[in-house]
Design a protein around this ligand. Structure first.
Ligand code: C2E
Ligand code: MG
Ligand code: MG
Ligand code: MG
Length: 285
């Protein structure tokens, strides 16, 4: 019995590795064609003003449905897109799709909140990003104020003048700048006073155990104070219960986003849930 265990475990392990490598290669191959095969689309998750209960923003979240792999989560393919060098192309597609959706909603007299798009740190190093935004805003006849970008703290690890310039230009155009997953990165806080930032998005991990952990409560409370003392707005991510929402309200958090309030939805469902008229979506236009 024990004699067999070694070698058979080893080959089992090898087979698993092969399978993993094969899957990864398949994912890369499929991802390279996702745009041309029309497999990507956006869902939108509302963000709510805690005081008034009104939806003030929609976060665009990419979705991928592949013919072989089925639904693949962005948590599993965004990093791959970065590694194989197609994130700029993919990110550009996301921005264009969001701009088109805003223009469609506006064309149908839908009062459209700001739309936030997630921007990967490599996109910020693309010298054309500002141009891209300018072109798309003109092409779809929308306002820069309709847009927000969400960047993560890793952007600030190397505070290259280029990144700072880029953010400053986007901010001057009228685009809102938000820091996503705030509190989970490894960067120092010093960037907060140097960079043009409008909003902090407190990571859902702190929100989720606010009921059971005094230290999470402390982090939530002091991050809200930090944002406000810097003149920034703060959004709590991953709000899943009424008691989390109550706590955030008691601490004067500005906005909340999470399954308890709204799930990410298709453009049509956004229109229905928010009491808009159903409108054609960007994908079918
Ligand atoms: P993120 O930007 O922090 O987005 C929030 C994620 O949390 C989304 O996952 C959302 O569906 C999920 N979420 C929202 N409310 C709740 C909640 O109450 N509980 C829990 N447990 N989760 C909640 P999603 O859509 O799977 O996206 C994962 C990540 O992928 C995003 O995190 C973002 O970093 C990245 N991502 C998504 N779309 C894009 C994109 O267009 N470009 C780039 N570069 N990254 C994207
Ligand atoms: Mg985000
Ligand atoms: Mg986030
Ligand atoms: Mg996240």
């Amino acid at each position: 019995h024990s004699k067999k265990k070694g070698p058979s475990n080893y080959s089992f392990y090898e087979a698993k590795m092969d399978e993993k490598i094969h899957l990864r290669l398949e994912l890369e191959n499929q991802l390279r064609h996702a745009i041309e095969y029309n497999e990507l689309y956006l869902h939108y998750q509302p963000q709510t003003c805690i005081k008034t209960g009104q939806v003030n923003k929609l976060e665009a979240l990419i979705r991928w449905k592949n013919k072989l792999l089925g639904h693949v989560s962005p948590a599993d393919f965004i990093s791959v897109a970065e590694e194989i060098g197609i994130i700029n192309q993919l990110g550009f597609w996301v921005i264009e799709q969001a701009c088109q959706q805003i223009s469609l909603w506006q064309k149908h007299h839908v009062i459209c909140p700001k739309v936030a798009v997630n921007i990967s740190s490599t996109q910020l190093l693309d010298g054309d990003l500002v141009n891209h935004f300018e072109k798309l805003i003109e092409k779809y006849g929308i306002e820069a104020h309709s847009l927000e970008i969400e960047i993560t703290e890793d952007v600030f690890l190397d505070q290259s003048t280029r990144t700072i310039e880029m953010l400053t230009k986007l901010r001057e155009m009228g685009i809102n700048i938000a820091v996503d997953d705030f509190g989970t990165g490894y960067s120092s806080l010093s960037y907060l006073k140097k960079l043009p930032i409008d909003t902090l998005k407190l990571d859902g991990a702190f929100v989720s155990d606010v009921q059971h952990s005094a230290s999470s409560q402390g982090i939530v409370t002091s991050t809200i104070m930090l944002a406000h003392s810097l003149g920034m707005k703060i959004v709590a991510e991953g709000v899943e219960t009424q008691s989390q929402l109550n706590f955030l309200k008691s601490q004067r958090c500005d906005y909340a986003q999470g399954y308890y309030l709204y799930r990410p939805m298709s453009p049509d469902d956004i229109a229905k849930h928010l009491g808009f008229q159903p409108v054609e979506s960007a994908e079918t236009a």
